[in-house]
Design a protein around this ligand. Sequence first.
Ligand SMILES: [Zn+2]
Length: 203
Amino acid sequence: MKEYTLKENSSPQINLSLARQRDLSESTITAIQTIMDKIHIIHSRPLYYCETYKDAVECVESLETTLQLLWGFSYDKNYQTYRFGFKDCSCPKVDNRERVGTGGFVYDKGCVVHKWMFEGEVFMKNYSYVEHREDGDYEVVVSEKAAIRYSKNSAERYLEEHPERKEDIAGVLSDYTDEDFLEQFIIIHWATETELDVGEYKL
Ligand SMILES: [Zn+2]
């Protein structure tokens, strides 16, 4: 699955032996090459072809989806890596190459190409914890929203068994508690902040 991705800084050429192996028609090969060329020019001059980096990243992503389908692979965002192919992208390259297929790509908050991802009005943090299962340990990553919900649920269960501790957990249960307090609660009691995407990672 990895072979169709483009090596950094190379001028894009379709991998012909893979194309033959997958029995692609000449017209499919031409279409793939055309799209690869298009991605290459957007990578080189994103703001010439697109209004913002966000547009450029989304454009490259949708072109890569088309590539996946032309190659006869199923659509899978976890295998898409062209979003990191921009000349100015400073996101960790080796790390992300190792994460292909896991769904857990990492981004550099200072990357000019990708920093818009961190600029949303509500940038939610993710939290992770380790879960021991029969087949091994997993790092489970949940969104901030989910983490707050879990905290409230477990505080409620705790309250049923320990009604005398009501004062201690009132802050967790109250709808008026601010997020900082809940973040502290999560970090102290059961999870750590992470830059990983929501998902499960086998350790
Ligand atoms: Zn980047």
